[in-house]
Design a protein around this ligand. Structure first.
Ligand code: ATP
Length: 322
């Protein structure tokens, strides 16, 4: 068989395989609160599906369904083609879905290798002489990290002494080592600076290259676009867009994420205020209103403006000039 034929066959095989995870028209309600409605996404081996949304968009709820913490109320959740409703996180793990939360569950004073094996410690010896196989854990941790390109100074150091980015990287390597098929990452770069975010994204890409299907939850379109293959935009629990990388530019993704026309309206409003500022007295505006003194048009970035600007009424603006 020629190389071209082999490649074509492999691609056809991949296309024929069901998605590792597929949500189809999924909804979730907390009492009367609609947290998710009609949300669909696919996660494939060797791909990164990014789920983007502002605060309250439903990202955590989506993670909880995929991680087995909550059950969906409507729609279909499939894992490798099987329709499921996971009974708990253990079942998600057994089906190969590992979730790395932003506030990682680590024991800060324990060494990196001990945290790496937490809950799955190998033992050696028999009967009364059975004890933890420290040498194996230490060596395995070191080599598993190196395989992902993570070169820690010392796997004996307490995990609490690592930077936030390093801790996220160790958690990613751990999921890969323990055979996860799907890696769900809950805003792994949210609390990190630019450089550390880049490092973590590199390991997210390494997990993809190791053949995992990755779900990257983020509110940062720049981070998503750097590594993502698919983009699902959530807004107040509903789908605001679903795109393949080929089908959307970074600018468009950012625009959709920021609320497009709503952001435009806000910018227009703020620009007017910065051109003709009215005197602002400390007591002139109602508590919580937006003032030109505290927010200048230039200091409001697309990402920092909530998609919901409907609460910013003209009447409430303290120094609006007509
Ligand atoms: N346990 C709950 N009970 C009632 N309402 C909830 C519960 N959890 C979430 N919600 C509501 O569901 C909606 C989606 O919340 P969710 O936490 O999934 O959003 P999110 O995108 O993760 O937000 P954030 O980025 O702020 O964490 C919100 O309106 C939220 O208030």
């Amino acid at each position: 068989m020629t190389t071209a034929t082999t490649t074509a066959t492999t691609t056809a095989d991949a296309a024929a395989r069901p998605a590792l995870v597929e949500l189809d028209d999924v909804s979730k309600y907390y009492g009367t609160v609609r947290a998710l409605e009609g949300v669909s996404l696919e996660v494939h081996a060797g791909e990164i599906t990014c789920v983007l949304g502002d605060n309250g968009a439903g990202k955590s709820t989506l993670i909880k369904i995929v991680a087995g913490l909550h059950q969906h109320d409507a729609g279909t959740f499939r894992i490798e083609g099987d329709e499921v409703s996971l009974a708990g996180p253990r079942e998600a793990l057994d089906r190969g879905i590992a979730t790395v939360y932003q506030d990682l569950a680590v024991v800060p004073l324990m060494p990196v290798w001990r945290n790496f094996f937490l809950g799955s410690e190998p033992r050696k010896g028999r009967g009364l002489f059975k004890r933890l196989d420290v040498g194996l854990m230490r060596e395995t941790t070191r080599s598993a990290l190196l395989r992902m390109g993570i070169d820690l100074r010392d796997v004996d150091q307490p995990i609490g002494t690592l930077s936030g980015g390093e801790r996220q990287s160790v958690a990613i390597a751990r999921a890969v080592h323990f055979g996860a098929k799907v890696l769900v990452l809950d805003e792994p770069t949210a609390a990190l600076g630019v450089k550390q975010s880049g490092v973590v994204l590199k390991y997210v890409a390494a997990a993809r290259d190791a053949g995992l299907g990755v779900v990257l939850i983020t509110h940062n379109p720049h981070h998503a676009y750097l590594v993502g293959d698919r983009f699902v935009l959530l807004k107040r629990g509903t789908m605001a867009g679903s795109h393949l990388k080929d089908g959307i530019t970074l600018d468009e993704l950012t625009r959709q994420m920021a609320g497009g026309s709503e952001l435009e309206a806000l910018r227009h409003e703020l620009e007017r205020e910065s051109v003709s500022p009215a005197p602002v007295s400390a007591a002139s505006g109602p508590a919580g209103s937006v003032s030109a003194a505290s927010v200048s048009a230039g200091s409001v970035s697309a990402a920092s403006v909530s998609a919901d600007v409907s609460g910013y009424s003209k009447e409430a603006a303290p120094n609006r000039v007509e």
